[in-house]
Design a protein around this ligand. Sequence first.
Ligand code: ADP
Ligand code: MG
Length: 329
Amino acid sequence: MDTKLNNDIPLIETKNLKKYFKVSSGWLHAVDNINLKVYSGSTIGVVGESGCGKSTLGRTILRLIEPTSGDILYNGENIVNYRKKQMREMRRRMQIIFQDPYSSINPRMSVAEIIAEPMLVNKSLPSKEAIYNRAARLMDTVGLARRLSNAYPHELDGGRRQRIGVARALSLQPEFIVCDEPVSALDVSIQAQILNLLMDLQEEMNLTYMFVTHDLSVVKHISDEIMVMYLGQCIEKANTEELFTNPLHPYTRALLSSIPVPTIEMRHKEIKVIRGEVASPIDPLPGCRFAARCDYFTEECSIEDPELRDMGEEHYVACIKVSELEEVI
Ligand SMILES: Nc1ncnc2c1ncn2[C@@H]1O[C@H](COP(=O)(O)OP(=O)(O)O)[C@@H](O)[C@H]1O
Ligand SMILES: [Mg+2]
């Protein structure tokens, strides 16, 4: 693949991307027809309740999970059929930061070893010494004191542990990083530090992020664009300011009104509570998947899946009632 980035085309694009899992009672539609574009140096926030498919989407784009169907374009090139050897190079360019990076890491590894490991595996520098020197510089980059090199992650607080995760993700100089709930386990004050770190690094290194979270308030400052997911589908997508000031989907409105922050311009709007249970993601029937919980539901909502409609200014919403809703609220 051409290693030069072309800023006129998205760094990441998915076309009708699907990931269905076979389960005993049928097919679980974890990711159902996702189309997105993320340009180099920007951040897409992916938001929705637990179980809506955010992690599966991130992992499928990285091909840590194989898609059921659809395309994944990286810098314009379809990587869906890339073989092992080609994917090895892609793996370097695409990284992931987890909520809890230590579930998969040997607890007896020190901070420096954890950061150095991807470089050792990839032989990204000619000597061990060079790799450990780079690990030390990465510790500086993410704000970890070098005296912690020989510490073990369980000895550190959550914020420092996540800085190790960030340093490790940066170690192979990636272009694209899926940040999967990276601050969800942290105290609010520490969350802000990690978000600021991620934003500073993005600017310095021209990184592209997919930032996955169940908490809309977290993505407000970091995202250029936000995609709201519900049961595997994208139900609304817009640039961040537009989404926060002019949410259209009843589900997005409910999510926004549940954020206890007074600065959101929602005060004139009614506080919505999301009632009822999420429907099953297994072999879902046609029609809007939010229908059973929606205040505006009528029979026609159950006929077919609502299309993502272009509302202008790159604001898309999947709700057939959207024109009526604008009058209601
Ligand atoms: N390996 C798997 N096998 C079967 N179902 C899965 C698997 N991984 C995820 N799922 C299901 O896919 C849906 C989406 O999960 P996930 O992507 O983890 O959601 P989120 O990250 O938004 O919480 C859930 O219903 C989950 O139970
Ligand atoms: Mg998840």
